[in-house]
Design a protein around this ligand. Structure first.
Ligand SMILES: [Zn+2]
Ligand SMILES: [Zn+2]
Length: 486
């Protein structure tokens, strides 16, 4: 299995058609291909666990790189112990399958892998420092190739940060991505030669990083697309082509008797969001809904938040959230995330579960759908996702309650509606590419006949691989893809 993290489907389609990705084309011509549905309105932090546990976010419990803990208003960074489901490689390991894993994003180091695992070496948004089983492998890899070169936030190697800068070392960034692909290919070839693995799984991060940082160079319709000549508008294509070349070499090494699945978890598009406006919108809506006593409580919460943070150096977030019926929780730019303050679930819940909560969800959803751009009248919200309806499982208390999917056609610098009036904010100047749902896969090998598989779930890949290995997974949400497992 070869993962190209967040490699956009429309780009793959175009460049396969135009002959720029010959190895992917070859694999598609002789195999089966289709789309992969990722958890709706969620990003890579939820998608990767859904891939490797084959269950929905309401079962594995991860929605972002912060986590919601039941009975708390705090959102600490994700910790491995928060994961509520088992990676499929642990199940396969118990059945004696030999496994090699390189850099599956957002995945913990397995306690029981039957083989080799390298985690968080060159991963976009890694959870830990590089680590491995056995432990000395990570040291060897770091000594030979060095650490990550683009994604180490807080260091000089943070080229793949969240912001947009007009003056930016694009050639340097692209060079490091290309070198990263070369290094990971070299390591993968060595590992492939070690033994005839039952499952060999490597994930390349470079399409993800390129998508976030280079989108405007590629997309002529983007507002930051360079107007003068001389800009490297093909930089993203070169990254995808380097991934395709690496695929070619891996295919040679794997041989024609090996089943190969190439896949991406998510896509990319222009990065426009109203997440920076959402909490103010929610506050205004709640203010409009409350009586004088509710408004006093809200004002007191805001006062404690402001004075705690600014005067006393304390964080008043806990208190402020306890005074509100709903508030914004941190999420990726593709969707705003809203949490209700529910009696019995949250420390100082204000809304009773059942009918009162349902009524509040409906009221707020309708109010958010009314939001418009005050200048153009453009509708700002494409969809509201209720996580209790979209995801099946017992851990809804670890997810936001609503995900607000923004219109992505242009920047969002203001929002208005009859209920909130108008709210404006400065341009957040974000990285120019951001995620859209859904990935894709291509598979080829003995017993896989050519064709199109349509759309399946990202959760179906692991059960398909397990089925191919004669070790079906039980109790997961995904199902073997029939076209792969005839
Ligand atoms: Zn991303
Ligand atoms: Zn990155």
């Amino acid at each position: 299995m070869i993962g190209f993290d967040a490699a956009e489907y429309r780009l793959i389609e175009q460049w396969v058609r135009e002959g720029d990705l010959p190895h992917l084309k070859l694999l598609r011509d002789r195999g089966v291909h289709g789309r992969l549905q990722s958890p709706i309105a969620m990003g890579d932090d939820a998608a990767w666990p859904s891939f490797y546990t084959a269950v929905s976010p309401a079962k594995h419990g991860r929605y972002f790189y912060h986590s919601i803990r039941p009975h708390s208003y705090r959102l600490p960074f994700w910790s491995d112990s928060d994961l509520c489901a088992e990676p499929f490689w642990d199940t396969l390991s118990r059945l004696g399958k030999r496994i090699a894993l390189i850099d599956v994003p957002k995945s913990p180091l397995s306690a029981s892998i039957n083989g080799l695992q390298l985690a968080d070496w060159r991963v976009h948004g890694r959870d830990h420092l590089p680590c491995s089983h056995p432990p000395e492998l990570a040291h060897e890899v770091l000594a030979r190739f060095g650490d990550d070169m683009t994604d180490r936030l807080g260091t000089e190697h943070a080229l793949c940060g969240h912001g947009y800068r007009q003056t930016y070392d694009y050639p340097g960034f692209v060079g490091k991505l290309l070198k990263g692909i070369d290094d990971k290919l070299a390591l993968s070839i060595e590992w492939l030669k070690r033994e005839p693995w039952d499952l060999f799984l490597v994930v390349f991060k470079e399409a993800h990083c390129a998508g976030h940082k280079l989108w405007h160079l590629h997309d002529a319709a983007h507002r930051s697309h360079p107007q003068q000549g001389g800009a490297d508008v093909d930089a993203m294509k070169r990254v995808y082509q380097a991934l395709d070349s690496a695929l070619g070499e891996l295919l040679v090494q794997a041989g024609t008797q090996t089943s190969v699945i190439v896949f991406s978890d998510l896509g990319m598009a222009g990065n426009f969001t109203a997440n920076h406006l959402l909490d103010r919108i929610l506050l205004r809506l709640e203010w409009a809904q409350r009586n004088w006593w509710g408004r006093c409580r809200l004002a007191w919460g805001r006062f404690k938040l402001a004075t705690g943070a600014r005067l006393l150096g304390k964080d008043g977030t806990n208190f402020e959230r306890s005074t509100r019926c709903y508030f914004d929780v941190v999420h990726g730019e593709q969707a705003g995330a809203v949490r209700f303050n529910v009696l019995g679930r949250d420390p100082k819940g204000l809304i009773a579960p059942g009918a009162p909560l349902q009524a509040q969800i409906e009221w707020l959803s309708a109010a958010l759908m009314e939001l418009e751009d005050p200048e153009t009248g453009r509708k700002l919200v494409n969809d509201i996702v209720r996580t209790d309806q979209a995801f099946h499982g017992d851990h809804h208390d670890r997810l936001p309650d609503l995900l607000v999917v923004w219109d992505r056609s242009a920047p969002i610098l203001a929002a208005c509606s009859p209920r909130i009036g108008t709210i404006r904010a400065p341009d957040p100047e974000l990285r120019t590419g951001g995620h859209v749902s859904d990935g894709w896969f291509v598979a080829s090998g003995p017993g896989i006949s050519p064709g199109a598989a349509g759309t399946v779930s990202l959760m179906d890949l692991a059960p398909s691989v397990a089925e191919l290995l004669g070790a079906p997974l039980n109790g997961v949400d995904g199902q073997p893809i029939p076209e792969l497992c005839r």
